[in-house]
Design a protein around this ligand. Structure first.
Ligand SMILES: [Mg+2]
Length: 148
């Protein structure tokens, strides 16, 4: 059953390396569950990477049913690069602060090594949901989206 929600619904672009996956390619704890709940709330999940189009990783972790598309992430001049894209992020989730500051989103704690106690995906879900419900978040790692 679909989640009942009055949330605004957004295109949310997730980074791959050190955001969803560790250095060994393992999936961050609770990533699938958090992405599933975002989808249930009506959001559209995109996966982008500066290291190419990552369907192989997404399929390896059986996330393909949750992801609308995998695309190439600009690595510089983010706002200008995004302005030329047909589909633009409403919010980005990335361990690299510069792109979050440029486009708006959630600055994710860097995930290098497998750590079953990592709870970041839950924090990310909470911040996104707060923003979708209220239009803002007081979380220090939240950056309000810019309009381009
Ligand atoms: Mg990264």
């Amino acid at each position: 059953m679909a989640a009942i929600s009055n949330n605004a619904q957004y295109k949310i672009f997730f980074d791959v390396d050190y955001t969803l996956l560790g250095v060994d390619g393992s999936l961050r704890p609770n990533a699938r569950d958090a992405l599933q709940r975002l989808v249930d709330d009506g959001h559209q999940i995109y996966v982008w990477s500066g290291n190419g189009i990552r369907w192989r990783d997404i399929r390896k972790h059986e996330l393909e049913s949750l992801v609308v598309d995998c695309i190439e992430k600009p690595v510089t001049d983010y706002a200008n690069a995004v302005s030329t894209m047909d589909i633009k992020p409403d919010l980005v989730v990335d361990d690299h602060l510069e792109i979050v500051a440029a486009l708006g989103g959630v600055w994710a704690r860097t995930y290098y090594f497998p750590n079953s106690k990592d709870n970041e995906m839950e924090d990310i879900f909470r911040v996104i949901t707060e923003w979708a419900q209220t239009g803002a978040s007081d979380d220090p790692r939240f950056r309000a989206p810019s309009r381009y």
